[in-house]
Design a protein around this ligand. Structure first.
Ligand SMILES: [Zn+2]
Length: 64
């Protein structure tokens, strides 16, 4: 999985091999110098470290 900003900055997300109790595997950013992320109440915000642009991933409803 790849995360890419409009400015061309990109990094990958890799699977850690660890799973939670529902069998879902945890993922992490390959390079957190390129992007950082922040988890809010109902969304996750990814911030590009090159241009400062922020992307918001909204959580529409819980899975469970
Ligand atoms: Zn960018």
């Amino acid at each position: 999985m790849v995360l890419e900003c409009e400015c061309g900055n990109r990094t990958g997300l890799f699977a850690t091999g660890d799973r939670d109790e529902h069998g879902r595997e945890f993922i992490e950013l390959e390079d957190d110098d390129r992007f950082s992320y922040e988890i809010g109440g109902d969304s996750i915000v990814f911030r590009c470290a090159f241009c400062g642009y922020r992307y918001r991933l909204k959580q529409f409803s819980p899975f469970e």
